[in-house]
Design a protein around this ligand. Structure first.
Ligand SMILES: NC(=O)c1ccc[n+]([C@@H]2O[C@H](COP(=O)([O-])OP(=O)(O)OC[C@H]3O[C@@H](n4cnc5c(N)ncnc54)[C@H](OP(=O)(O)O)[C@@H]3O)[C@@H](O)[C@H]2O)c1
Length: 307
């Protein structure tokens, strides 16, 4: 049975999840999430995704409970984009099982990856993802540029056949940015996925401007520097300007810094905690920082938070 968003919100409120974040989408009334348009397809996606690198455990056991609650919280706040990979333990199987049981499989924008060098191994790996995820794959990405040319050859054929909707490549390393840029100039990619955050701004030099020029959407991994950004602001009050962009937490500030970039940027923060998922989706409501405020965020981070 499908759970409606309103029912999920009620469940979240009952569990004290919404008040824990200081934000309640029910109170936001008709507030709609910020949508990011994929330039190549026109598909609109709510701006904050969910990274599922920690979704691992015995399917059907109590180990699934936090993952189910996290997906419910994420969905209740309007989230749709899930990022996984066949090499995140059994994350794909966990997602396939839980989403089916929650009646949410058709409501998500599913992004996964292929991580093989050879053509046949890549095809086998991706067929496995289809079977584990049990539904359409909206975005298939070449993971960390492994076998990029070979896998993209398969993927663009599959896209022509309607087997995958969008094609992309990923990295989380600045050392691969030059190669990412080269592939962006060579292939008609729908997405790139790169590391970018207040603490790690290299992607803004060339990749994000190129993404604007070439009409490529950008998934942003490590938006919290794997959690290091929270350590940098530990014990520090939110600046006064946080209220001007409707932020009630540092996490929302970090995500709005990314969403506020003029490229089609969608951060995919990783969490398996429901209250963190709600905190993160709250960043896709309300006002965004303009370029002057984004510059002030960078100054604050560089001068007052980096020890
Ligand atoms: N090459 C690639 O393709 C690649 C590489 C890296 C990552 N990724 C993708 O990108 C996603 C995000 O990257 P990541 O997970 O490595 O790093 P991240 O999103 O920068 O940081 C995750 C950390 O932030 C914490 N966190 C999340 N939301 C929070 C909140 N609202 N308040 C406080 N702490 C919060 C999490 O802790 P809790 O778990 O306790 O919430 C976790 O420790 C991954 O899950 C994966 O899907 C892709």
């Amino acid at each position: 049975m499908r759970i409606t968003r309103r029912e999920l919100l009620r469940l979240g409120a009952g569990a004290g999840l919404l008040s824990a974040t200081g934000w309640n989408p029910l109170l936001a009334g008709s507030d709609e999430p910020i949508l990011v348009t994929v330039p190549s397809s026109g598909v609109k996606i709510p701006a904050v995704g969910l990274g599922t690198v920690k979704f691992r455990g015995l399917v059907g056991s109590a180990e699934m409970d936090p993952f189910r609650d996290t997906l419910a919280a994420f969905h209740s706040g309007g989230g749709q984009l899930l990022d996984t990979s066949p090499n995140y333990g059994n994350s794909e199987a966990v997602l396939g099982h839980l989403l089916e049981g929650m009646g949410l499989r058709e409501d998500v924008f599913m992004a996964t990856k292929v991580d093989r060098e050879e053509r046949d191994e890549g095809i086998e790996r991706m067929e496995g993802s289809f079977s584990r995820l049990g539904g359409p794959i909206d975005l298939m990405q070449v993971h960390n540029l492994r076998g990029t040319d070979v896998q993209l050859d398969t993927l663009f054929k599959w896209k022509d056949q309607g087997k995958v909707a969008h094609v992309g490549i990923t990295t989380h390393r600045v050392s691969q940015h030059e190669d990412v840029e080269r592939y962006m100039r060579t292939y008609p990619l729908d997405f790139v996925q790169v590391n970018y955050s207040l603490a790690d701004r290299a992607a803004a030099d060339r990749i994000l401007p190129l993404a604007i020029d070439r009409g490529v959407a950008v998934l942003v991994n490590r938006p919290f520097g794997k959690g290091d950004l929270f350590a940098a602001v530990k014990g520090k009050d939110l600046p006064d300007w946080a209220a001007d962009i409707d932020c009630t937490s540092w996490g929302q500030v970090f995500l709005k810094y990314i969403i506020g970039h003029p490229a089609s940027t969608l951060p995919i923060p990783g969490t398996s905690k429901p209250h963190h998922a709600l905190d993160n989706v709250a960043a896709m409501y309300g006002r965004l920082p303009d370029s002057a405020l984004r510059a002030e965020m960078e100054r604050l981070f560089d001068e007052e938070m980096v020890s």
